[in-house]
Design a protein around this ligand. Structure first.
Ligand SMILES: Cc1ncc(COP(=O)(O)O)c(C=O)c1O
Length: 452
């Protein structure tokens, strides 16, 4: 089947599924009309309207790997809040810790008595000695960039085409004809981001060296694998070579592991024995409550202290009032010590590996030139034969109509994938029944697509 045949069939399937969604979800449609009166696009955050459904799906109750919508339909959640709920919805130890802390204060802009234990849990989990907290991974990346520029005295940042590190301004760029430009979709950005940010293609080590050799790059900021433009894995030795080059050219390596903690307990860097200068984590580290953290070595800690101590007194431009609040500390501690355990990861990795094989078998049985790319518990269906090696290849493989048709077909049968791409995440509460149901429904979806 040619890709244009496939797109025509996808359009036909999408049109059937859009009608089916409306029939199945009268209460969500009603809630959307009500919410429209006071929320822009009828949702608390405008992205919530970008799922490809004709109106947003409203959640009533979420627990473990499942949730029910306003129409009392049960879903298996493979999106898991785009990683925020990667360790399951409302897991009992986190709920208990939050309930206990709820009677002891939420925030005071002072450390709670649990603070030393939280620092120790972060150090044990991720293998870096020193930590600071932030409220979102966006903030953590933003703060790390300030530290990196402050301690190196350099102003440039190197990132990879297709990167996403949250809504941090410096990284909202596109690479076009070798130039780093403001991302076309950005609203209200009045600065030329290309002045201080340079982007190159992922897995292009020669381009990294070319830029670092100029001597003005404060840090390289990257995920160990790109996870926001489809999924692009590092070729063997790529991140290790970036690490060596950053050392050679006296700049810092920041690994954003917000998504790649799917690799295994402690993340990709720990599993692959690569020690970054800064490591950023966010999203699920407090079980889904807003929280993020950045870790660094003792050597970096000394340079940070020197920068702060030598600066005039006053605001550093780093930190926010609610960061590291008492409630968040309780939730991080419970998540890292009782939920994101070795056993939890063993279950997630085994089930994800099986799911990978099952989905690949279905793809082969339907003779489709697609692949599943996997990083531990995180899987990505991509409409290309081989795993892409950079963001451009990943973008070339995207087909929005096909993606929307598959997502909606699955959603109408009680399965949620991550929007904007085809990501499936396995959590500690995901069961073999859940993954089997996904595999069977994906198979039916492809049969129905072919029959159109
Ligand atoms: C790799 C990575 N870093 C940082 C972020 C930002 O996280 P948040 O939106 O929670 O600030 C994201 C969000 O998707 C991400 O994928």
């Amino acid at each position: 089947m040619t890709s244009s045949d496939l797109s025509k069939k996808a359009l036909a399937l999408l049109s059937t599924e859009l009608k089916r969604y409306i029939q199945l979800h009268p209460h969500s449609v009603e809630l959307s009309k009500k919410a429209n009166q006071h929320f822009l696009y009828g949702v608390p955050m405008h992205w919530m309207n970008d799922w490809g459904t004709p109106s947003p799906l409203f959640v009533q109750h979420a627990q473990g790997a499942h949730f029910t919508c306003a129409d009392a339909i049960d879903y298996i959640d493979f999106c898991l809040g785009d990683t925020g709920a990667m360790f399951g919805h409302s897991s009992a130890p986190v709920s208990k810790a939050i309930a206990a802390q709820a009677n002891k204060g939420f925030t005071a802009m002072l450390p709670s008595t649990l603070a030393p234990d939280v620092g120790a849990a972060l150090a044990e989990h991720f293998g870096l000695s020193y930590w600071q907290l932030a409220t979102t991974a966006t903030d953590a990346n933003r703060f790390v960039l300030r530290w990196a520029r402050a301690i190196t005295g350099r102003n440039k940042l190197l990132v990879f085409d297709g990167c996403y590190h949250g809504t941090i301004d410096d990284t909202m760029i596109d690479l076009a004809d070798g130039k780093t430009l403001n991302r076309a979709s950005l609203l209200g950005q009045v600065y030329d981001l290309g002045l201080h940010t340079v982007a190159v293609a992922f897995n292009d080590i020669a381009a990294v060296e070319r830029e670092l050799a100029k001597g003005d790059v404060a840090c390289v900021l990257t995920e160990p694998a790109l996870t926001n433009c489809g999924m692009v894995l590092p070729q063997a030795g790529f991140i290790e070579n970036v690490r060596a080059l950053t050392k050679q050219y006296d700049c810092l390596l920041v690994l954003d592991e917000t998504h790649t903690i799917s690799t295994g307990r402690g993340g990709w860097a720990k599993a692959n024995n690569v020690m970054p200068d800064f490591l950023v984590v966010g999203k699920p580290i407090a079980g889904g409550l807003p929280a993020a953290a950045y870790g660094f070595s003792e050597a970096i800690a000394s340079r940070m202290k020197a920068a702060k101590d030598n600066a005039p007194a006053g605001h550093s431009g780093i930190g926010t009032t609610l960061s590291g609040n008492m409630m968040t500390l309780a939730a991080i501690h419970a998540t890292l010590t009782k939920v994101a355990t070795k056993d939890a990861y063993a279950h997630m990795l085994k089930l994800a590996e099986q799911l990978d094989q099952q989905l690949n078998r279905i793809i082969m049985a339907h003779h489709l030139p697609w692949n599943i790319t996997r990083l531990g518990a995180r899987l990505e269906l991509q409409f290309c034969e081989k795993t892409p090696s950079n963001a451009q290849q990943a973008r070339d493989a995207q087909n929005e109509t096909l993606e929307n048709a598959i997502h909606l077909y699955l959603l109408n049968r009680g399965i949620l994938l991550t929007p904007f791409h085809n990501m499936m995440l396995v959590c500690p509460a995901t069961s073999q029944n859940d993954t089997n149901h996904l595999v069977q429904t994906f198979d039916s979806c492809l049969q129905e697509l072919e029959s159109k």
